[in-house]
Design a protein around this ligand. Structure first.
Ligand SMILES: [Zn+2]
Length: 94
């Protein structure tokens, strides 16, 4: 099941749950697929995504699913609809 992530806390709580994060960056016109334990998907890390801030500034959206297929199709759908680039994170890709 897909869950929209709207706060950093929500994502932090999912850290130990095996699953995937679809990170949409509006300014960069980019959709990225991460595993939730990727450092780039960790709001605590300085390089990680910040869902609370992105929502506040309307600069992005985030989706979580335990299924890679489901995450992948959500990411592809958003990318296609908006003409964004879709990439699978090279750091956590597995
Ligand atoms: Zn990643």
């Amino acid at each position: 099941m897909l869950t929209e992530i709207v706060t950093d806390e929500q994502l932090i709580d999912l850290y130990t749950t095996p699953g995937y994060l679809v990170a949409v960056d509006y300014p960069k016109k980019e959709v990225k697929l991460h595993t939730v334990d990727c450092m780039l998907a960790d709001p605590i890390s300085s390089v990680g995504v910040k869902p609370s801030k992105a929502r506040e500034n309307k600069t992005g959206e985030f989706w979580f699913s335990e299924s890679r297929d489901e995450s992948n199709s959500k990411a592809e759908k958003i990318a296609k609809k908006n003409g964004y680039t879709y990439t699978i994170c090279p750091i956590c890709n597995r």
